[in-house]
Design a protein around this ligand. Sequence first.
Ligand SMILES: Cc1ncc(COP(=O)(O)O)c(C=O)c1O
Length: 372
Amino acid sequence: MKIDTFELERRQSLWENTVEYNLTESGIHPFTLEELLDANQIKQLNNIRIGYGQTNGSIGLREAICKLYPTSTQENILVTNGSAEANFISMWSMLEKDDEFVCMLPNYMQTYGLAQSLGAKVKPFYLKEELDWQPDLEDLKSIITKNTKMISICNPNNPTGSILSDSAVKCIIDLAEDADAYIHSDEVYRGAELDGNEIETVYNKYEKVIAVGGLSKAYSLPGLRMGWIVGPEEFASKAWSYHDYTTISPSVLSQQIAEWALQPEMRERILSRNRKLLNENLEFFQDWMDTRKHLFTFVPQEAGAMSFVKYHIDMNSTDLTEKLRKEKSLLLVAGDCYGMDSYLRIGIGSEKEYLEEGLNRFADMLEVLIDT
Ligand SMILES: Cc1ncc(COP(=O)(O)O)c(C=O)c1O
């Protein structure tokens, strides 16, 4: 099976640990165990037997996940190693050669690459900057047919951080219903809304929804590799049998921590710490942008730690990010990774001083570029 290079991940994998300033992160400064857990919980972790555990996810964790998806039960849930595995299993178990797969772009690009490699007919619809990164619904309507098997959305979106309007969500559901298509909804940034108003999942709004979530982004716990699929019982069971072929089971240690992280009190503590950090950093970043209005166009994100900016410098985005990496030891994501040259994705979820220094280095480079 042939697969295109996953540019976004590959470039990060290659360079993120070699630069002094890595602003490619789509998540938020991660917690340590000590910051997260109390002494009693650490003691409990020490006594867990490190077996395989329940391969579709422990009962306690699936119970905690259910609370985030109205009307779901444990039978609707499969716990995975990261939401990346959840996306992978969703595509792999659902798409056959020549299936029509309609997908929102830009997005994380994983489902896009996978669907192509599985031989599906991939039909993109676009979020548009001039619509504040909302989709053009007329474009969407024009590409859906009776043969559409799945519509894939990423909400809140990577990389723009936009949140689909209620009318866009309704339109997508209506179109899926008409075509009797599945909706695959990657909601891993749910919980990272800057205004604190958590979006509703589309899970319970239509019967054929496969929702994906996880702890890597809004919860800033990517190293736990905790993700999940929530879908119709029949699908969750099918996905579990595919999971037997991928990683068998998620780690029992991570599952225990995830179960605690999803309890209302700890969940609120995590999400509010992250919201505060994001709002402070976004304010700083917005000021930085405002003093460079001639160089950038920027629609601030509504959720998450990624700022997706258009730059008005005559240079290709891969060349620009390579120049920054080599000359300033600063890593940013090139718009090319999304097929959108002239854009950059800048992660603002790090500690403030780190973000400031990274941006100082970017500013130094801009001065040189403008002078030449
Ligand atoms: C939209 C989206 N989905 C899924 C993932 C994969 O995340 P993880 O496997 O760490 O949960 C990412 C990572 O950046 C993402 O942005």
